[in-house]
Write a protein that binds this ligand. Structure first.
Ligand code: CU
Length: 193
């Protein structure tokens, strides 16, 4: 009897979780190329650090991908895929120059890792090749997406609630807006230089 009750309670919990995970989708207009859309920090809520370690390659004298969004606390691997040595450094995180860091310089097929605990955009540079640049965008929640080249995005499995949703775009001031998620929600942004 008690076991049946437990099963019912468990099933109920699973169903309620399923019922309350929604999708936020929309489009970023006004600027060309990809943007990062993310749910800003939620008061009183913390998230487990994701296990996967995303990779930024240095390939053909570029950082690839050019823009990588990651959840706060993620460890990113930097893999040199070129036959020349590359350096990786960043002059700030989220505009804070105290978080500047130089990972060093290393040859082909070697990689180094760094754990990003601070939220904000990390401008990646190489002191060997001044033309190289890229971004890691460290966001505070697991609810984020990189838009398509034409600006469309979709953030899945967002629990119902009220959030501040932010748009990050290279070289542009962050824009945020309020979004209520109770079932699937839409949020569009218009950014300008
Ligand atoms: Cu380089």
């Amino acid at each position: 009897m008690q076991r049946n009750l437990l099963q019912v309670a468990f099933l109920g919990a699973v169903l309620s979780l399923m019922a309350h995970a929604s999708t936020i989708s929309g489009k970023v207009a006004g600027v060309p190329g990809v943007s990062v859309i993310y749910v800003e920090a939620i008061a009183g809520k913390t998230f487990p650090v994701p296990a996967e370690q995303p990779v930024v390659a240095q390939r053909h004298l570029m950082f690839q991908p050019h823009i990588l969004p990651v959840q706060q606390g993620s460890t990113v691997e930097f893999l040199n895929s070129d036959s020349v040595a590359h350096n990786v450094f960043w002059p700030s995180v989220g505009g804070n120059k105290k978080l500047a860091h130089n990972l060093g310089t290393w040859p082909q097929n070697e990689k180094r890792a760094f754990k990003f605990d601070a939220v904000g955009a990390v401008p990646l540079l190489c002191n060997v090749h001044p033309e190289m640049n890229g971004y890691i965008v460290v966001v505070p929640t697991p609810y984020f997406a990189l838009t398509s080249e034409s600006g469309e995005y979709k953030i899945e499995n967002v629990p119902d609630g009220s959030y501040s949703l932010a748009a990050w775009h290279e070289g542009i001031k962050n824009q945020s807006k309020h979004v209520d998620v109770a079932g699937d929600a839409k949020a569009d942004f218009t950014l300008s230089r």
